[in-house]
Design a protein around this ligand. Structure first.
Ligand code: ADP
Ligand code: MG
Length: 606
């Protein structure tokens, strides 16, 4: 039985309406403050839980929203409703500035920088004369509409409830849409996200902007609720309480975070006479949650729900064999010049010359093999071609354009797609969502579209979903679209990575040891997929140790050895070349090897 979502909303609002009438003045005030913190927590959950950007300055953004409201209404006598967009805009600006450090650093370093900014804000508001110093600003008017004033806690409650409901609806919309996917993708693996076409820098700043949007709203409503603002509300201590709310509620869930905020605020107001113990209790509870349920209460609920339908989950994953369904013939993909042209490329890591004076041209419509012992620079070549590394010298052209200084996502959008030597899927995204990330960036959706023309976002997402399902169907993955990558056998994960790479309609597909770890059947299917990809008009560059696969598929083979080009020719000539035989089969102590991972060791060269 499935209850429609709107019915749930109506029920919650009805219970809240009836319930609030029965609360006394102190209780309803405590509940109002709790709702303000719930809105603030939803913002933090978007920045930190969904997008993985450590933010210990959410409380300072809250302060920007509250103080700007206080100054504009009391000093400049603005109307509350004109203050609302103004203070949200100011907070957004502060959020974007706060997000800039995230372009240079992540995780605990980012935590320290944002913490520093939060402390700086706190000491600024304590000392700025305009902001009233330690005493703060009082006499902030309560808002009203058409003669109805939200001047009591019982009345203000409805304003807050409406704001929280709208906030949750909006946050839920974002999480379920293309933007939410992008944010979760950069949290899971920002390198893979970039290679899949996600503009990582913009997405990180957007994550902070979203947090700020909610902080601005919460700050504005807080000022109107309490009627005064003072520095201690925006101290670092309150920041850690907010963090506890989000952690306990479940940072990766906006609903969990909101619930955590309300729960902890209410408990705190009940324990107002036991302040010292309350702090200690908080600490213990937080440790317990981190140890027992890292994803908080929401995580527990989700796990319970999954267990409840575990009967179908426990079944072995069934994936259809590849049925040769990749559509053939993409005429406009064929061009005259080489798809990829690399000239005199070099890349050093300290003293290691990973690539040394390497020149390669990939012809349109070709399957081009790159082979060589481990450490010979094959993956480094891919990393340069996909914008992960900057070359130290030489020229790199893709489709005739100089790309030596382009970012990974720009190259992805130009039509260069890749897979990784060690599979890099987004681990907390389903099979369908993994594929959707590659389509998310096609026509960059801007944050304003989510507010102004949400239906456009919905229509685009629907089209992306249709396309993603088509590709997954082509590759025989239709039966596992709701699975997480971790639930799939290794060979299926590899196939999914190819599906994700194909989703962005590449001109050239770079495969880094795609047969590694596959069984003989899977290698045969892989060969069919690669052939069909080429027949669909996409050129393929294939790094592979499985020589029989390389020899049977490739039109041309380049051999690298210690970063230098050994030979570049047709497969038959390469296999006869004395230097190649020497590099692979010659004196074993001269060849660096890794444990063989290819299907049949006899056919493998490493
Ligand atoms: P292959 O893919 O052919 O096995 P790689 O391109 O991964 O080889 O590596 C070539 C050489 O460059 C190796 O010696 C490797 O240690 C070095 N290398 C690759 N990436 C880095 C890096 N990010 N930092 C330092 N050294 C690296
Ligand atoms: Mg490699």
């Amino acid at each position: 039985m499935k209850m429609p979502r709107w019915l749930l909303w109506v029920a919650v609002l009805a219970i809240a309406t009836v319930g609030s009438e029965g609360l006394n003045g102190y209780q309803i005030h405590a509940l109002n403050v709790a709702i303000v913190f719930a809105i603030l927590a939803v913002g933090l959950s978007l920045t930190q839980g969904i997008a993985g950007q450590t933010n210990l300055a959410q409380i300072a953004l809250f302060g920007v929203g509250a103080y700007s409201t206080a100054v504009l209404t009391t000093l400049y006598h603005w109307n509350f409703w004109t203050t609302l967009p103004a203070s949200i805009a100011l907070t957004l600006l502060a959020g974007v500035v706060l997000g800039l450090p995230a372009l240079r650093m992540q995780s605990h370093y980012l935590g320290i920088v944002t913490l520093g900014l939060a402390i700086a804000f706190s000491s600024f508001v304590s000392n700025a004369p305009l902001l009233g110093g330690a005493a703060g600003i009082s006499n902030i008017p309560a808002p009203g509409v058409l003669g109805f004033a939200f001047d009591t806690d019982h009345r203000y409650f409805f304003l807050l409830l409406a704001a929280l409901a709208l906030g949750l609806l909006f946050a839920g919309f974002i999480c379920g849409a293309e933007l939410g996917l992008r944010l979760r993708a950069i949290r899971d693996d920002h390198v893979a996200a970039g290679a899949t076409g996600v503009h990582v820098a913009t997405s990180r700043v957007t994550a902070f902007a979203l947090g700020a949007l909610f902080a601005g709203l919460a700050g504005n409503l807080y000022a109107g609720l309490i009627g005064y603002v003072s520095p201690d509300t925006f101290s670092i201590f309150v920041m850690f309480e907010l963090l506890a709310m989000v952690m306990i509620g479940g940072r990766q869930s906006i609903y969990g975070s909101a619930a955590g905020a309300i729960l902890l605020s209410v408990v705190q107001s009940l324990l107002i006479n036991f302040q010292n113990y309350a702090q200690l209790g908080y600490g213990v509870l937080q440790v317990a949650v981190v140890v027992a349920a890292p994803m908080g209460l929401a995580g527990l609920v989700i796990r319970a729900w999954r267990l409840a339908r575990s009967s179908d989950r426990a079944e072995a994953v069934h994936v259809a064999p590849y049925a040769g369904r990749i559509p053939v013939g993409n005429e406009d993909a064929v061009r005259d010049g080489p798809i990829i042209s690399v000239q005199r490329l070099s890349k050093r890591f300290g003293a290691v010359r990973a690539l040394d004076d390497v020149s390669i041209a990939v012809a349109p419509g070709a399957i081009h093999g790159i082979v060589g012992p481990n450490g010979s620079g094959k993956t480094t070549l891919f990393n340069v071609l996909t914008g992960l590394y900057r070359p130290d010298g030489g020229a790199v052209e893709v489709l005739g354009a100089d790309v030596a200084r382009r970012r990974a996502d720009q190259l992805a959008r130009m039509g260069v797609s890749r897979t990784f030597q060690n599979v890099r899927l987004f681990r907390s995204l389903t099979v369908l969502e993994n594929t959707l990330v590659a389509l998310a960036h096609r026509d960059a959706t801007h944050l304003w579209e989510y507010v102004v023309v949400p239906w456009r976002v919905v229509a685009r997402d629907r089209e992306s979903k249709r396309r993603a399902l088509e590709i997954l169907g082509d590759l025989g993955l239709a039966s596992v679209i709701d699975r997480l990558p971790g639930e799939l056998p290794y060979g299926v994960q590899r196939r999914l990575e190819i599906a994700r790479a194909l989703a962005s309609r590449p001109r050239v597909l770079l495969l880094d040891e795609p047969a590694a770890g596959l069984n003989a059947d899977e290698v045969r299917e892989l060969a069919n997929v690669i052939r069909d990809v080429r027949r669909s008009g996409i050129s393929v560059v294939l790094i592979e140790h499985n020589m029989s696969l390389v020899m049977s598929l490739c039109d041309r083979v380049t051999v690298l050895n210690f970063g230098r080009l050994l030979i570049d020719s047709e497969p038959a000539r390469v296999s006869q070349d004395p230097a190649v035989i020497e590099a692979y089969l010659g004196r074993r102590d001269r060849v660096r090897r890794e444990p063989t991972s290819a299907a049949s060791p006899s056919a493998s060269i490493a």
